[in-house]
Write a protein that binds this ligand. Structure first.
Ligand code: APR
Length: 310
């Protein structure tokens, strides 16, 4: 393939993302992990599935970064996932150190790459990667909104018994309990869901979306969601690799947009070959503005924790 994507962290999200990237024949894939043998073993296993899955993407695994050199995109999933009872924010102490070191290696070996962050707490980890890599803001992008809106879409489709393909959903804000799903911009075949469901049902789906990650954690008990997170990261990668210019909700550095400064938070952006090519500003109603403000305050608080961690 003429494109190369490195996935750092060959665990649940990383390996699933590698599988999807290869099976969609988007790029060659390099899997990197600190555990010896795991990235090599998973890459070889995926390569051995290629004849059956009918793709010619090359997959390699490594414990070092040399193999990642010159990547077009690097997806960072390295870190620990949460267990039942933990919030994403509880991961900050461990994951900040991991994401910092990983981002420095990415900058060294793939200075022109676009980084997609998956490790949690997402918005805070974007700040860490942005600072450690020294990359411009259009090349550091957090995966959260695509996942959160996919969850909202899945719930809308279950509720109304319609194809998921007919659904569109809009979620703003940080990747946590304060995320801001916007029902009036969420549609089925172009019809706002506010026309199709009662306020009570919408509120229930909004709540389920905001706690969607925790719902999976409490079922799995040993880790967190990975099929949908991997799909979301790969949709972002595809839009960049193919320069599709999809409008997707992503965590990006705001400098003035939506009234925030120097803050990574989820907003709709245009993703193309240059990474973030445009931040789309939409007019929000007062209660939506207040909800976004609350979500931003939660990310600001984590920025404070990062400062203390040093
Ligand atoms: N460098 C490379 N890989 C690392 C490092 C590091 N410094 N530290 C940890 N890892 C690897 C682990 O060895 C493991 O294989 O990251 C992988 C994480 O995989 P899982 O434990 O399966 O976690 P996963 O479910 O994939 O979640 C990863 O994404 O969704 C978020 O909250 C989630 O922060 C978590 C991350």
């Amino acid at each position: 393939m003429d494109k190369k994507v490195t996935v750092i962290g060959a665990g649940n999200v990383g390996a699933t993302a590698a599988q999807r990237l290869a099976e969609k024949e988007l790029c060659d894939v390099v899997l990197i992990d600190i555990v010896e043998g795991v990235p090599q073993g998973k890459a070889l296993d995926l390569a051995e599935a290629a004849p059956i899955e009918k793709h010619d993407a090359h997959l390699t695994g490594s414990n070092g970064y040399e193999a990642s050199a010159g990547s077009d995109i690097v997806i960072i999933t390295a870190g620990i996932p949460r267990k039942p009872g933990m919030s994403r924010d509880d991961l900050i102490g461990v994951n900040a150190g991991i994401v910092k070191n990983v981002s420095k290696e990415v900058a060294k070996y793939s200075p022109n790459a676009i980084i997609i962050i998956v490790s949690n707490p997402l918005d805070a980890m974007c700040h860490v990667a942005y600072e450690a890599s020294g990359f411009p803001k259009n090349r550091v992008i957090g995966m959260a909104g695509v996942l959160d809106s996919a969850r909202f879409r899945a719930f809308i489709s279950m509720e109304l018994n319609v194809s998921v393909e007919n659904t569109h959903a809009f979620v703003l804000g940080g990747h946590g309990d304060t995320m801001v799903p916007l029902p009036r911009y969420s549609t089925v075949a172009g019809i706002p869901i506010t026309e199709l469901m009662s306020k009570e049902r919408i509120d229930a789906l909004v709540k389920r979306t905001a706690t969607g990650g925790a719902e999976i954690v409490s079922l799995l008990k040993t880790g967190s969601a990975y099929y949908a997170p991997a799909s979301a990261a790969v949709e972002m990668a595809e839009s960049i690799l193919k320069d599709k210019k999809k409008i997707l909700p992503c965590a990006v550095l705001l400098q003035g947009e939506y009234g925030f400064n120097d803050l990574f938070i989820g907003v709709p952006v245009k993703l193309g070959a240059k990474g973030v090519e445009e931040i789309i500003e939409i007019k929000l109603l007062d209660d939506e503005k207040a909800a976004l403000q609350k979500s931003a305050a939660a990310v600001e608080e984590l920025k404070g924790v990062l400062k203390k961690l040093g």
